[in-house]
Design a protein around this ligand. Structure first.
Ligand SMILES: [Zn+2]
Length: 343
């Protein structure tokens, strides 16, 4: 197993987020990766490798150029308009309003490119997000070289990031960048399995019309949970991608007995697709004590989750997504990786 770690992740460290109608400390903060780093050391997993540089090309292959230009310049424009601190949106184009005229004012641009109010942008968010994508690409490259398992431990996470919008603490979709790159480099089929508590709306959107990348999501039912507006069971792909998206929404309170049954169904769909590579978007927010999740998985369930996925027998890239029970992350992540490695 190769492990790639975003040593510079802490440059993305915002002062707070809007949660429950209040300004609260960020759930997605540098302590998450510090806890995972300590847990990997305790489990004697490593070494923690640094990323290479693949340039912007692989990121531009899944995200719109105008959106990336916005992300790169946003905080500078924000400061130039007289504000300091982190960026939060003010207004959105609702149905019937125009999206084809890109505003000059930074506040208008933010409304065009954000889809929620809980995802602050700091002065170095763009750099951290780019580094995360490079880390995922570095780990993906080892699979092309014959490695069976690689882990990209990055933050901010990525799976909510749409082709042209950010939200859900995500800016660049690390898993999608890596999955697309693996697919293009190898000319082979890739499956993405998203086991974060929340639906990976961005990954689904990026590959929705593609038949060479299967996207399978196991997540909290969006009727009742963020991101609310994508992730229903009747979303199955479009055009050539019809039949290549599978959503398995689960009710609040879901425990391992229910979860593992649906995970088996997810793995059966992946096996039937017959991919050459697997990309796993791993979120630890399915844990019983996660402050943002309402599933009931326990520490011993994560090695079993890894082992169930390992039975597919596919070279796998694991990309870190959410997980906010900081005290438990150092046990959850090594547990999952060990299960995947020994399966
Ligand atoms: Zn999540």
């Amino acid at each position: 197993m190769r492990i790639f770690f975003a040593h510079g992740h802490a440059i993305h460290d915002c002062a707070g987020e809007i949660k429950d109608g209040k300004f609260a400390p960020c759930f997605e903060n540098p302590r998450r990766l510090e806890a995972i780093c300590a847990g990997l050391a305790r489990a004697r997993l490593g070494p923690l490798e640094k990323s290479g540089d693949f340039g912007l090309g692989p990121i531009l292959d899944v995200h719109e150029a105008g959106y990336l230009a916005f992300l790169r310049e946003a905080h500078q424009e924000w400061r130039a308009s007289g504000r300091d601190g982190d960026i939060f949106p003010l207004a959105w184009p609702g149905p019937g309003m125009r999206r084809d005229r890109i505003p000059v004012a930074i506040d208008g641009k933010i409304g065009l490119y954000a889809f929620d109010s809980g995802t602050p942008i700091g002065a170095q968010t763009w750099q951290a997000a780019c580094d995360g994508a490079q880390l995922a690409l570095s780990a993906a490259k080892t699979l092309l070289g014959g490695e069976r398992l690689a882990f990209a431990c990055a933050r901010p996470p990525g799976h909510h990031a749409m082709p042209g919008q950010y939200g859900g603490y995500c800016f660049i979709n690390n898993a999608a960048v890596a999955a697309n790159w693996l697919c293009r480099q190898s000319g082979r089929k890739v499956a993405v399995l998203d086991v974060d508590y929340h639906h990976g709306n961005g990954t689904q959107a990026i590959f929705y019309a593609r038949e060479d990348v299967l996207v399978v999501n196991l997540h909290a039912d969006p009727r009742d949970e963020y991101p609310f507006f994508l992730g229903h069971a009747d979303e199955t792909g479009e055009g050539p991608g019809y039949g290549y998206t599978l959503n398995l929404p689960l009710a609040p309170g879901c425990d391992w007995a229910t979860y593992s049954r649906h995970l088996e169904a997810a793995c059966e769909a992946i096996a039937a697709f017959g991919p050459d590579f697997l990309v796993v978007s791993f979120g630890a927010d399915t844990f019983v004590d996660d402050p943002l999740g309402r599933f009931r998985l326990t520490l011993e369930d994560y090695p079993a989750m890894g082992a169930a996925i390992a039975r597919l027998g596919l070279p796998a890239l694991v990309v870190m997504e959410g997980g906010y029970a900081i005290e438990a992350l150092g046990d959850i992540v090594p547990g999952f990786l060990n299960g995947l490695n020994s399966g």
